[in-house]
Design a protein around this ligand. Structure first.
Ligand code: ZN
Length: 382
């Protein structure tokens, strides 16, 4: 089955102007410049005219708690699972799931089952093995064998550092974990990335630098998130990226987090670029369905709100509309950079051979008209 998407204003993410996209089954078969000959219409070729609307890659989200993350206020506050309909409408077509603060009542088997449910609904899903706390919780008994033998597991995370809810891991523990994930990743042709939850303790990213100093593990083996959570962590993150690391900003937020000094994600991108951070080292993640808890000055729980998958597309819009970033530049933060860091070679780009994951944007408004995932239209506005 061939699908011809005619008259797309294509961002691949680089701007290619007016083009036509030929999709064969799940993949992009050809990007055809306007004026070039098109395949003859007929049986077996479905033609859809997009009338010059902008088409961008489906978003790649490196941190989604699709079975819910935590519930730091007791069982009545457990965050909910992500619903398939919400996922399909969000514009995120590649989701990487992780356990969160709670790796006791939520399990890797549960995570894998949910990943398969979302995949059955048309999306592409992956998971991190392991947990906030060390020793890591796994499915097969070790991080290495989970990554090596289970296709869905591409790395380990979200491992907490500089946070009162983590297990306060020593540099030697982090180094051993990173080496295990890295080696298993190499053997399986995966990234073996170590996705890091960074808390607001003043040690910031120092535990990762300590690993790089004490071992042969490069900084880029880690992908630390929540780097915009406080101004101090943001400044340390800019230094970390300049030292060769990668940094991830969280797009979900709450009024309380902003009042506590969180740098809004779009502003964090603009400021990091202004500070001459290599753009390819910056990614954005939604932290969807995580608990975003508030603690008072004595560390007592004061309430929580869940993260939202839709925040990724919203922040992309803020990067463009409020901070003046060209769309093609902002798009890297939510597509190609994460795909490259996670070694998802068919994701994050609209080019021949890549998966046909794409968003059709509305004219004159920051809204998604259509979501296509693996060559199928999975959502339409209204
Ligand atoms: Zn986190």
């Amino acid at each position: 089955m061939l699908t011809l998407l005619k008259n797309t204003h294509l961002y691949a993410p680089e701007p290619l102007g007016l083009c036509h996209l030929l999709i064969a089954d799940r993949r992009i078969a050809a990007v055809i410049a306007d004026g070039e000959p098109l395949p003859a219409s007929g049986p077996g070729v479905e033609t859809v005219d997009l009338a010059g609307r902008r088409v961008i890659p489906g978003l790649v989200d490196p941190l989604v708690h699709f079975i819910g993350g935590g519930g730091e206020g007791g069982f009545g506050t457990r965050t909910l699972e992500l619903a398939l309909e919400d996922a399909l409408a969000s514009g995120v077509t590649t989701l990487v799931g992780a356990l969160g603060t709670d790796a006791l009542t939520r399990t890797p088997a549960n995570l894998l089952g949910k990943a398969r449910e979302l995949a059955a609904g048309g999306l592409t899903t992956y998971c991190y093995t392991g947990s906030y706390q060390l020793p890591p919780v796994t499915l097969t008994g070790s991080v290495g064998s989970d990554i090596l033998f289970i296709p869905d597991f591409i790395g380990v995370g979200e491992v907490a550092i500089s946070d009162h809810r983590g297990s306060q891991p020593a540099a030697s523990e982090l180094a051993r974990l990173a080496a295990e994930a890295r080696t298993a990743g190499m053997l399986a042709g995966k990234s073996g990335i170590v996705f890091i939850h960074t808390g607001d303790a003043p040690t910031h990213l120092e535990p990762l630098r300590e690993v790089a100093r004490q071992s042969a593990i490069p900084l880029a083996q880690f992908l630390p998130t929540h780097i915009n959570r406080t101004p101090e962590l943001f400044e340390d993150g800019v230094r970390f990226a300049r030292e060769g690391g990668r940094i991830d900003f969280t797009t979900s937020t709450t009024p309380a987090l902003l009042a506590d000094g969180e740098v809004p994600a779009a502003e964090a991108v603009a400021r990091a670029l202004h500070a001459r951070v290599d753009p390819s080292r910056i990614t954005l993640s939604s932290d969807a369905n995580a608990s975003l808890p508030r603690f008072d000055a004595e560390g007592r729980f004061a309430g929580l709100e869940p993260g939202r998958l839709g925040s990724l597309f919203e922040v992309l819009g803020e990067c463009v509309e409020a901070h003046g970033l060209p769309l093609e530049r902002a798009l890297g933060m939510v597509s190609t950079h994460a795909a490259d860091a996670l070694k998802l070679t068919a994701k994050g780009r609209l080019a021949p051979g890549c998966d046909a994951d794409l968003l059709v944007l509305a004219d004159g408004a920051w809204t998604i008209d259509e979501v296509w995932a693996l060559g199928r239209r999975v959502h339409r506005r209204g």
